[in-house]
Every structure is written in C-alpha cells, then in structure tokens.
Design a binder for this molecule. Structure first.
Ligand SMILES: [Zn+2]
Length: 101
C-alpha cells in the first residue's frame, strides 16, 4: 500500500514539475513576443491599423497616402471603412497604392 502512495506522490510531483516548467516557458514566449513586437513598432516595421487597432507588418500592409502621412491597414475592409469614415468627416482621399503613383 505504501508503495502505491509513494508512486502517486512521485507522479504528482513530476507532473507539477513539468506543468510549472511548461507554463513558465509559455509565459516567457509571450514576453519575448511582446518585446519583439515593441521593438518592431519602435523601428517602424510594425504599424497600427487606425481602423481596428491591430498591428500590421509595414511591408505587407495596405497603405493609403494622406499628404505626408501614410495610413496602413490590415485589410481592404479596414481601409474602406476608414476612408468612408474620413469621407463622412468631409475628407476624401484618392485611392491608390504606394508605388502606383
Ligand atoms: Zn484592421
């Protein structure tokens, strides 16, 4: 009987050990990702979609030029919504991609 109890405790201890390790690793991964994101945002590699607030890769985003400013969107849907919003506010931006002009 004692053997079983010890075995159960040993298995439980091992389980806790691995579970803790796993959770810690996950947390660290998330931290690394957040730090990586911050770095990219600071470097201008990642930009915020003004419509939905998502961060998008500057290279792969859908961009709309507004004078000196460039808005970058995660999707055409967001871009269209944002432009519609500007239009309602009395501003209309010509639609063209960067590089088209
Ligand atoms: Zn978006």
């Amino acid at each position: 009987m004692w053997k079983w109890l010890i075995l159960i405790i040993a298995v439980y201890a091992l389980y806790r050990l691995f579970a803790n390790d796993f959770l810690k690793k996950k947390k660290e991964d998330a931290k690394t990702q957040a730090a990586d994101m911050e770095r990219k945002v600071a470097a201008g590699e990642m930009v915020k979609d003004p419509q939905c607030g998502a961060y998008v890769d500057a290279e792969e985003s859908i961009s709309v030029r507004d004078g000196d400013k460039v808005y970058r969107f995660c999707s055409y849907e967001c871009r269209d919504k944002y432009l519609q919003h500007l239009k309602e506010g009395g501003r209309e931006l010509p639609l063209h991609h960067e590089g088209d002009a």
